[in-house]
Ligand binder design. Structure first.
Ligand SMILES: [Zn+2]
Length: 374
């Protein structure tokens, strides 16, 4: 009988957190965490939960984080749960490698079914020096009123669609993707807001990264995401140029699945304020290989439209309404499709990814590549 991999997908954030902590405990991981100042709507704790297994001073650490984009934590949590409950085997774990799991970097977004945190900040655009590191996003500025409309009435939507089509005809698809996915630092109530200060979760994460990798020379950091790229397809996105040592390590370990945003063949355009920038600062003098593991879900237009409606709902709409519930349901669907085939495929690919990552760090390859850190 085929196994049902969809069992790893949690019903909600608190179920995900509970399952993560129980599974980590069952296989002997050391647990720690950072409870956020903000609480869940029901008053319960929201936390960045960590689990570590391995030596006190490992040569290499495999770090796997989930949920920096809140609602994307359904799939990230499922991959971590599958690893803990099916794949991790303590007696066979390589003794010089540590494994660190960080569950739900944005628990408030996860619990409230949003990508952003309680301050409407996209945490994966927040790792910049504020305000000096705020890059302009001219495409977004041009389309601001289209991306952040006053209402979602059919006439408004048709007019917005026409403006977007015109923008794409004039500037091309890449400029359009930049306008929609790069950070903006000007409108706190707008889509893709990168914040005005370092938020609590990114601050905690950089501290956790420095403390929990225990001085390892080699750190491979996989940050799990969904929503970009062809449905069900996994890409390992690197923010480094193809000749950078961090990208070359990724290529050597994962082959063509590793893509550089600076080479032009990635599903993502180059972004600023991403987790890689925070990890670099937290882990200087290491051979650090950060990769964004991105699983495609639905067509990019549908995904963007859902994010746009979600932002409108939280600032101008009525959460407790049929329309509000429909918008929230669609947001979950575009970041964690209900289709069991998609869910099984994501967990299976995640399992294979962590298997390959473990082998890469366990082999001499890591040591060889550590000679060229930059
Ligand atoms: Zn994401």
């Amino acid at each position: 009988m085929a196994s049902d991999e969809t069992i790893h997908f949690p019903a909600d954030y608190s179920a995900a957190r509970e399952a993560f902590r129980q599974a980590a405990k069952a296989v002997g991981f050391q647990q720690s965490g950072h409870a956020l100042a903000v609480r869940a709507t029901d008053g319960s704790e929201l936390s960045l939960d960590c689990a570590y297994y391995g030596a006190a001073n490992p040569e290499a650490v495999l770090a796997v984080s989930s949920g920096i984009h809140g609602v994307e934590g359904f799939a990230g949590s499922a991959i971590q749960h599958r690893f803990l409950t099916h794949d991790f085997d303590a007696p066979r774990w390589p003794s010089h490698v540590g494994v660190l799991l960080v569950h739900a970097i944005n628990p408030h977004g996860f619990a409230n079914l949003r990508r952003v945190n309680e301050s409407n900040v996209d945490l994966n655009r927040n790792f910049v020096a504020h305000p000096d590191g705020h890059e302009p996003n001219p495409g977004y500025e041009e389309l601001h009123d289209v991306i952040n409309p006053e209402d979602l009435e059919p006439e408004t939507e048709e007019a917005c669609s026409e403006r977007i089509r015109a923008f794409a005809r004039t500037h091309g698809r890449e400029r359009m993707q930049e306008a929609f996915t790069r950070a903006q630092y000007r409108w706190p109530d707008g889509v893709q807001f990168g914040g005005t200060r370092l938020e609590e979760s990114p601050s905690a994460l950089t501290r956790i990264a420095a403390e929990q990798t225990r001085g390892a020379a080699n750190v491979l950091w996989l940050d799990l995401h969904t929503g970009l790229g062809p449905p069900g397809q996994l890409e390992l996105i690197s923010e480094y140029a193809p000749d950078h040592a961090a990208f070359r390590r990724g290529r050597a370990w994962f082959g063509d699945q590793a893509r550089s945003t600076l080479a032009g063949d990635s599903v993502s355009v180059p972004l600023s304020g991403v987790i890689e920038r925070g990890l670099e600062r937290a882990l200087p003098d290491r051979a650090l290989t950060p990769l964004t593991a991105e699983f495609g879900t639905h067509d990019s237009g549908r995904v963007f439209w859902a994010m746009r409606a979600d932002n409108w709902l939280h600032h101008k709409g009525e959460l407790d309404s049929d329309q509000g519930r429909a918008i929230q349901e669609e947001l979950v669907e575009v970041f964690c499709p209900k289709d069991p085939a998609w869910r099984t495929s994501v967990v299976d690919q995640g399992s294979a990814l962590l298997g390959t990552a473990t082998k890469a760090l366990a082999s001499g390859q890591a040591a060889a590549f550590s000679l060229s850190r930059r």
